[in-house]
Design a binder for this molecule. Structure first.
Ligand code: FES
Length: 102
């Protein structure tokens, strides 16, 4: 059964709670919604360091702790201590304008 992660797609990047009890980074790339578990491959902390924000440039997410940089629409780390690793993608889709999972 679909569960709503966010009521709309009117954001560039936000962090939300997943029904599974973990945080999810939502990124809107030209209308395509990408979702990743908010856990840095380096040591497993949230990229946003509690602010909800980790979008650091065009199509770029950055971890606040040691500065790892990720391509926002693929999740691949392209700089920093976890270079070559990736964020864990969470399957989501848009239904009736809402971001849903499940
Ligand atoms: S915890 Fe993210 S770069 Fe170290």
């Amino acid at each position: 059964m679909a569960q709503v992660l966010h009521e709309n797609t009117g954001f560039d990047q936000i962090t939300v709670k997943h029904p599974g009890g973990f945080e999810v980074i939502l990124y809107n790339h030209q209308g395509a919604i990408h979702a990743y578990r908010n856990s840095c491959p380096h040591v497993g902390v949230g990229l946003d360091w509690g602010t909800g924000r980790c979008l650091s440039g065009p199509n770029e997410l950055q971890c606040a702790l040691h500065g790892a940089v990720f391509v926002a629409d693929t999740g691949e780390c392209i700089a920093g201590p976890c270079y070559g690793q990736s964020l864990t993608r969470i399957p989501v889709r848009v239904e009736d304008g809402k971001v849903v999972c499940g």
